[in-house]
Design a protein around this ligand. Structure first.
Ligand code: NAP
Length: 272
């Protein structure tokens, strides 16, 4: 069972991490706890995994009494997003960091010429439309918190977890690629709009990371990594991505916004 949190506005920074019950999101939540954040763990359906992630985040926290909570919400659903933010307000009373991590791969990899509208709509809804409007609502709340002057030294930020698929074309999962390219542009849009509001926006672009999402294509990527896919010849870990988010969250990139941080073993390097 999740422990009870004490009521009232948090004294510490608070992060909302979407899709934090498993994989990359879980590791992001843990690394944020290590740099003294309190964390709202969002998930889609897997309550057991969310409770386990909650305990792991609590265990990783640098201080006693750190608040960690879970909230089931499908980021593709407008009323679920509203409830997620309402729960975050009630549990923590503030928000310093939004990490748009929740994402799905298409149920089936199919050739571009056989791709379906249903798969396209579903992937875009979760990976792009959801974060686009969650970010809009969070940005409004962050602006409100900033203008209230209630939080000392309030420097909020937003991080989007995209993918090398934002630029690398995989014709058997076009919907996923388009969703990540869109999320990449979304980073630029919000970075440009929110700088004057004191909110920095970053894109973290993972390569091949070992999670449930890639479990089904493990043999294929084992072979590619053994070959010449990446200069750094290993799978990425969720912690590799988590630590990059923690670096941004500690304010070390205060004069950078709209920045892309590749966490991909050098996959993006063109080589001759
Ligand atoms: P994963 O292991 O499949 O975990 C997905 C997480 O997202 C789970 O916590 C899941 O919750 C949650 N989720 C799924 N749909 C959701 C929805 N509609 N609303 C809210 N939460 C939802 O995935 P992952 O590999 O960690 O990927 C995380 C992110 O990194 C994704 O955006 C993915 O595209 C991106 N990425 C992954 C890789 C990779 O190689 N793994 C590479 C580049 C980018 P439940 O537990 O409740 O299902």
């Amino acid at each position: 069972m999740a422990e009870e949190n004490s009521p009232g506005k948090s004294d510490r920074k608070v992060a909302l991490v979407t899709g934090a019950s498993r994989g990359i999101g879980r590791a992001i939540a843990i690394e944020l706890a290590r740099v003294n954040y309190e964390v709202m763990i969002n998930y889609a359906a897997n309550r057991e995994a969310a409770d386990e992630a909650c305990a792991a985040v609590r265990a990783a926290s640098v201080n006693e009494g750190v608040r960690v909570a879970t909230c089931r919400a499908n980021v593709a659903d407008a009323s679920a997003r509203e409830n997620l933010l309402q729960q975050t307000r009630e549990q923590f009373g503030r928000l310093d960091l939004l990490v748009n991590n929740a994402g799905i791969a298409p149920d089936k990899r199919v050739d571009l010429l056989d791709a379906t509208v249903d798969s396209f709509d579903h992937v875009i809804d979760v990976n792009l439309r959801g974060p686009y409007f969650l970010t809009q609502a969070v940005a409004r709340w962050m602006i409100e918190q900033r203008s209230s002057g209630e939080i000392d030294d309030y420097r909020p930020a937003i991080v989007n977890i995209t993918s090398v698929s934002a630029y690398a074309a995989s014709p058997e999962r076009g919907d996923y690629c388009v969703s990540k390219a869109g999320l990449s542009m979304m980073t630029k849009l919000y970075a440009a709009r929110l700088a004057k509001e004191g909110i920095n926006v970053y894109e973290i672009r993972p390569g091949v990371i070992s999670t449930d999402m890639t479990a089904g294509v493990k043999a294929k990527y084992d072979r590619l990594i053994e070959g010449d896919l990446t200069p750094i010849k290993r799978w990425g870990t969720p912690e590799d991505v988590g630590r990059a988010v923690a670096a941004v969250a500690t304010g070390m990139f205060a004069f950078s916004t709209g920045e892309v941080i590749n966490v991909d073993g050098g996959f993006h390097l063109r080589r001759l």
